[in-house]
Write a protein that binds this ligand. Structure first.
Ligand code: SAH
Ligand code: SF4
Ligand code: F3S
Length: 440
């Protein structure tokens, strides 16, 4: 019996691709093995959004070389966003030519064929073709990470070309799936026991299908699907978010009261050079509208520090917008130049020491705000959808509130009984990144 293991880096798109890859491998008879070092076949699903992702990838690849040497039957596949860059494929072919299969983000459906060719001919397989017809989702049988919640692609690719970002080059042009197709998939998921769906797109707000359905119309349609209790989505782009979509937080009862709205910077000058197509005034106006429609909404964001040309006063505007919005949570990144993107060629790159110093100041501010926000939940009873046993503390379960707060809590129930259920939890302790409590 052959076993497989998948190592997934990067975003939810990659996670979902990995679920589909797992489905294809299991259809071929492979059996899942948790430990990649003990598997017959390993798939590395890679990310290249920042430079440290590159470094980590080549590090791990080097380690697999030893396994390949001692066991020639071991098969290593590399896919995801790294091989979408020609320089990476060149490097694999030069320094890691023993890698058996390399395939691109738009060639996932070819994996069974590539494996067959490899076994038949013994030749290394490479398939990186842009604008290949995407996998037909309805033919996919993903092996999902959770039974009760599912990731659902609504758009592929990205057309926004933010000047720092590699994604438009690794994922190709934006395409929206048909509303009817997405609804069909979610109906099937619901009949399979799924209660929460996460609608995925690099910019969900630019969703428009071939007959003109908008993202708001898609949410309304999903809201009607029986069995689905929670709807989430990511990521929103401030330039495309519509009033009609914001209104859904009032009208769609299943839509979770949480939004992931990356701001990237609080400085208009920087936002312009990032090619983000909104300014801080517009961003703050969106936040006001969201809170007017849904006062309890929680807001998460992404922020980049040290974008080329960012001055101390630009950075202070980022601190200022963070204080004004008071984010529930934030992912903060130090700008990382990506070869092939416009910003990598900007001449005013910010010194590393300054980047780190700003990063530390930003993290301190954001963590303080997150903690203060979480303190507001002390003593309250929240509805939590249970993911399962907590990964960090023994004898506790973890789950998410409607507002996407992570809650670790104790309960007398067994895991089989509680996983996927919505339970009431009384909050007894508040931390920066989580709430603690007990089921009541
Ligand atoms: N489509 C999403 C984000 C995808 S990438 C959106 O538009 O919001 C996830 C996050 O990585 C981005 O929001 C950004 O904050 C960060 N990021 C992307 N490229 C980066 C780079 N070159 N350096 C540092 N952070 C980057
Ligand atoms: Fe990257 Fe911008 Fe597209 Fe997001 S919207 S994936 S940050 S180019
Ligand atoms: Fe990374 Fe590709 Fe996602 S670069 S963040 S895995 S789209």
């Amino acid at each position: 019996m052959s076993t497989y293991s998948i190592i997934t880096y990067g975003c939810q798109m990659n996670e979902h691709d990995s679920e589909n890859i797992a489905g294809m491998l299991e259809a071929l008879g492979y059996i899942h093995e948790e430990d990649p070092w003990a598997s017959n076949l390993v798939v590395m699903n890679t990310c290249s959004v920042r430079e440290n992702a590159d470094k980590r990838f080549f590090g791990v690849l080097g380690q697999f070389k030893k396994i390949k040497k001692s066991n020639p039957d071991f098969v290593l596949c590399v896919c995801g966003c790294m091989p979408q860059q020609p320089r990476i494929v060149e490097e694999i072919n030069k320094r890691f030519s023993w890698v058996d299969i390399v395939f691109g983000t738009q060639n996932i459906a070819q994996l069974p064929e590539l494996l067959e060719n490899l076994h038949k001919t013994g030749k290394k397989q490479r398939a990186i073709i842009d604008n290949n017809p995407r996998i037909a989702e309805e033919e996919m049988k993903p092996v999902r990470m959770h039974n009760h919640k599912a990731l659902v692609n609504i758009t592929y690719g990205c057309n926004n070309f933010c000047t720092y970002c590699i994604v438009p080059y690794t994922r190709g042009r934006e395409k929206s799936r048909m509303l009817s197709e997405v609804v069909c998939e979610i109906e099937r998921l619901a009949s399979d026991g799924v209660r929460e769906v996460m609608l995925l797109g690099q910019n969900v707000d630019s969703y428009k299908d071939a007959i003109g359905n908008s993202f708001a119309e898609l949410i309304k349609a999903v809201n009607e699907i029986e069995g689905i209790e929670r709807i989430r989505f990511m990521t929103s782009h401030p330039k495309d978010i519509s009033d009609e979509m914001i209104e859904c937080f009032r009208t769609c009862d299943k839509l979770c009261r949480n939004i992931y709205l990356p701001v990237q910077s609080g400085s208009d000058r920087v936002l312009k050079r990032m090619n983000r197509h909104y300014d801080r005034a517009r961003y703050l106006e969106i936040v006001d509208k969201l809170r007017a429609v849904c006062p309890e909404i929680t807001i998460s964001t992404d922020i980049i520090v040290g974008f080329p040309g960012e001055t101390e006063s630009d950075f202070e505007e980022t601190l200022d917008i963070a204080r004004r919005v008071r984010y529930d949570s934030a992912f903060t990144f130090i700008y990382s130049p990506r070869e092939g993107t416009p910003a990598a060629k900007f001449e005013d790159q910010v010194d590393d020491v300054i980047c780190h110093e700003r990063f530390d100041r930003l993290v301190e501010l954001m963590d303080g705000i997150s903690l203060e926000k979480n303190k507001e939940y002390m003593g309250k009873v929240l509805e939590v959808m249970v993911d399962g046993l907590s990964k960090t503390s023994p004898n506790t379960y973890s789950g998410r509130t409607d507002g996407f707060k992570l809650v670790n809590f104790t309960s007398d129930k067994s895991e089989e009984e509680i996983a996927g259920q919505i339970v009431k939890v009384k909050i007894t302790e508040t931390k920066t990144f989580s709430l603690e409590g007990m089921e009541i």
